[in-house]
Write a new protein. Structure first.
Length: 104
């Protein structure tokens, strides 16, 4: 029986610790190797679509002001606005194209 041949809880623990590490191709390959034995069909798992949130106009305006401050290299103002947005319960993440706003 499976429980006699392998320590499945240990294997799952090792896999769990590995996937918490920074993302890399080696970790992905390791997870797929584990999957050959565990049969979890990890290669068929897709990431869930990001949840769409309704961003209040005030938060959106602060985010735009922060984006403008960053363009002007006014780092102190950009940081202040980021903190203000954070106090309102939102997280702003910079991207190559601009920024995204998420709930904390």
């Amino acid at each position: 029986a499976v429980e006699d041949d392998m320590n499945i809880p240990f294997a799952l623990g090792v896999l769990w610790e590995a996937v918490k590490l920074p993302k890399s191709k080696d970790i992905y390959k390791l997870a797929l190797e584990f999957d050959k034995v565990l049969g979890l069909s990890l290669d068929k798992v897709t990431a869930p679509a990001p949840e769409k949130i309704e961003v209040p106009a005030e938060v959106a305006a602060l985010a735009e002001a922060r984006f403008a401050a960053k363009k002007e290299k006014n780092w102190a103002e950009a940081d202040r606005l980021r903190n203000e947005i954070g106090e309102m319960g939102y997280l702003i993440k910079d991207t190559k194209e601009g920024y995204t706003i998420e709930l904390k």
